[in-house]
Design a binder for this molecule. Sequence first.
Ligand code: NCD
Length: 336
Amino acid sequence: MSDWSHRHVLDLAAFSLEDYATVLELAQRFRAMPTSGARKLPALQGRLVTTLFFEPSTRTRSSFELAAKRLSADVQSFSPSSSSLSKGESLLDTVRTYVAMGADLLVVRHRCTGVPASLAHDLDASGERVSVLNGGDGLHSHPSQGLLDLFTLARQFAPEAPTPEALRGRRIVIVGDVLHSRVARSNLWALTACGADVVLCGPPTLLPEAFSDFVAAPPPGQSSDPVARRGSVRIERDLDQALAGADAVMTLRLQKERMTQQLLTSLEHYHRHYGLTHARLERCGASVPVLHPGPVNRGVELSGALLDDPRRSLVEEQVTNGIPVRMALLYLLAAS
Ligand code: NCD
């Protein structure tokens, strides 16, 4: 844990293999904690975690708040509709107000790419000792979701020792609306860092060819890739072909709110070609699990029967795992 050097968690492109190992190891320890009775650790006693979600959220926000409470932090949560933003206050001034109230850790979600990073930059520049955790920004990044998906897969492949090594050489299929998905982007960084080979599947309107080069170079502003050798990324348009030999399948919500033009013929057509069902999964082994970050469009990305099948669906497991993973992130940032 001594090697942890991040003041903020903004994008998994900046994570080394050691960073992933540190988060998974801590998450595994927190996952083993009892969820009833004496379930609080004193690690963040006296610290204030503020969640600032400028975009709707069911899972991420409550998961961060629960994670903070399990570490004995004080939790404050900001709600944009009832705030002074509607009176014309700037985003930075709103955030500074919470920092002035003593926030130590800010969890920020915004519909625009780059907002958490730019807040972190401005707060650093003015000498504030506050950490920013990206709770999802635009199409760009959703680091805590990428990490909880990684943890869920590692536990699936190696329940006793869910380390990055558990992912090496695994074939993970990501199917659906990759273009609009910050979850897919974060998963691409995380999975390839751990040596998994990713197969992306979707129609060209939702999965442009350029995604096969997504992890080939560090993103703008980052001089080098902290991971020496990544797993591969390839695109397969045909879902049945993509599923052959898969070790796990992750499907993504169709993000209709982010689509600026007509990108789909119809939801029925989409489900027929890219929807997951039990019949479709016969292509891969009986134990191949299915993941979805939620919220799910039932009967579109995957059938209701598959979503509710505990032998196949890891969707609830992902939600459960989100808490120890976010505890690990809060713990590491508070300690640094
Ligand atoms: C995702 C998000 O908001 O990026 N959901 C989540 O955090 N669990 C994915 C989505 O909205 O489809």
